[in-house]
Design a binder for this molecule. Structure first.
Ligand code: HPA
Length: 235
């Protein structure tokens, strides 16, 4: 048990897949894992541990934003001996160079957030993914014949804003898309010497206001889920 997770020590696998949404964690557990056990439901942040092709994996939600993933990933790394966290989420594309359903493997997470500075004294705006998870995702994508684009992304604290222009920091680091969590995950992993990666599916194109509909979402996200599960077999 940790401050925010009620799972027993030993109930969480060394590799954790982390969608934002607790019901997405449940969907993965129901559809891809066997011998599943619900190991945490504090605050309805579900964590399930089960087997994928005989390998023990935990799938658990991060909630939204850097503060939330900062808490869960830190407790998983420090109190449950987790080695690798792969975030699997959605993002908004800043330009029409990306299309709906494109899958991204995050190189640097770029943010105006003070999280890394005030938590760990990391004074960087751009934090690299940590360890070998990023390379394993690209290897696995190749084996599955999936097109996955490696890119920098903007981890923003803001979803709604008055100014629709691409934020300056995103332009500075050539971030093709925006989400809200990878920066804190990478900062924690960097400080603790752990593995962390982020796979994103483009769910909306900001300049054209196109977005993946509710019925398209399940199939779209399935590809990313399979990629993350197949990658997890390599740890
Ligand atoms: N902004 C931030 N996070 C997101 C978005 C967005 O437009 N789309 C999906 N996650």
């Amino acid at each position: 048990m940790s401050v925010h997770i009620s799972a027993k020590k030993g109930d969480i696998a060394k590799t954790v897949l982390m969608p934002g949404d607790p019901l997405r964690a449940k969907y993965i557990a129901d559809n891809f894992l066997t011998d599943v056990k619900l190991v945490n439901e504090t605050r309805n942040i579900f964590f399930f541990t089960g087997l994928y092709k005989d390998k023990e994996i935990t799938v658990g939600a991060s909630g939204m934003g850097c503060p939330s993933i900062g808490i869960y990933s830190f407790e998983l790394f420090t109190e449950y001996e987790v080695d690798t966290i792969i975030r699997i989420g959605t993002c908004g594309a800043y330009s029409t160079d990306l299309k709906l359903f494109d899958i991204l493997n995050v190189e640097h997470a770029v943010s105006e957030s003070t999280y890394a500075k005030f938590a760990w004294g990391i004074e960087k705006e751009a934090i690299l993914n940590q360890g070998n998870a990023f390379d394993k995702i690209n290897e696995t994508a190749k084996e599955l014949d999936l097109a996955v684009k490696s890119t920098n992304i903007h981890s923003s604290d803001i979803f709604y804003r008055k100014d629709e222009d691409v934020p300056a920091i995103a332009a500075k680091y050539n971030c093709l898309a925006v989400e809200m969590e990878a920066f804190a995950l990478f900062a924690n992993a960097k400080h603790l010497g752990k593995n962390a990666a982020t796979i994103l599916t483009v769910s909306d194109i900001i300049p054209t206001r196109e977005f993946i509909s509710a019925d398209q979402r399940e199939q779209a996200l399935k590809t990313m889920m399979e990629l993350s599960l197949e990658t997890a077999l390599k740890f």
